[in-house]
Design a binder for this molecule. Sequence first.
Ligand SMILES: [Zn+2]
Length: 266
Amino acid sequence: MQWIDIGANLTHESFDADRDAVIERARRQHVVQMIVTGDSIAGSGAAIELARQYPGALFATAGVHPHHAAQLTAAGLPVLRELLRQPQVVAAGECGLDYYRELSPRESQLRALEWQLQLAAESGKPVFLHQRDAHVDFIAVLREHRPALVGGVAHCFTAAAGELEDYLGLELSIGITGWLCDERRGAHLVELVPRIPADRLLLETDSPYLLPRDLKPKPRSRRNEPMYLPHVAAAVAAARGESLEQCAAYTSANARALFALCATQS
Ligand SMILES: [Zn+2]
């Protein structure tokens, strides 16, 4: 079995002391490829740098998270365009709208999203999308840009059935995290995950965030790691009534197809 973690924030400072060991541990659990999320121009540069050290195993996204949207100016666009050209970069993002925390003003978020969808279309790479409490604005912008995009993923999907239908209607893929393993916040996802077509489902840890709540024993640090991806997968497979082998086969094939990941040896 081979697993692919399509969203790991491996440049996060919580990995500074043992990043290589974290990657090694993941690979021992057959998490053979990981996509390192870029969340700002500097963060995307760091993600690319890390991916360069693990050719064929680590890849990167390049983009500006809605939290940092106010930092993205027109002057930053040529820089972002250049980052998107790097061979390690397999998606534009993470980009989107977050009205839940609203760390950047909504106008900045909308402008940064529009810009990045244009850059994604230009690059021919899929988009890595983040949305929280902003569905109406988000889906309106996406509908407008979708024809020019090659594809994309609604990463860390935690919302309700209507939002899922909207994403699927736009032929987007859906990223499922350990949110599903939370019996309080994730109960509705147990009902929704079986409704995702097998060719649209992707797995991610969103490490170091979203440590699966039912993980036993839990690390004292409460830090999530890509090595826990098979735990998330087990919850997905159980919800869908599939074997782990089936789940590994189609989710890995989906990730390789959407992000055009080159095959790996291990
Ligand atoms: Zn996100």
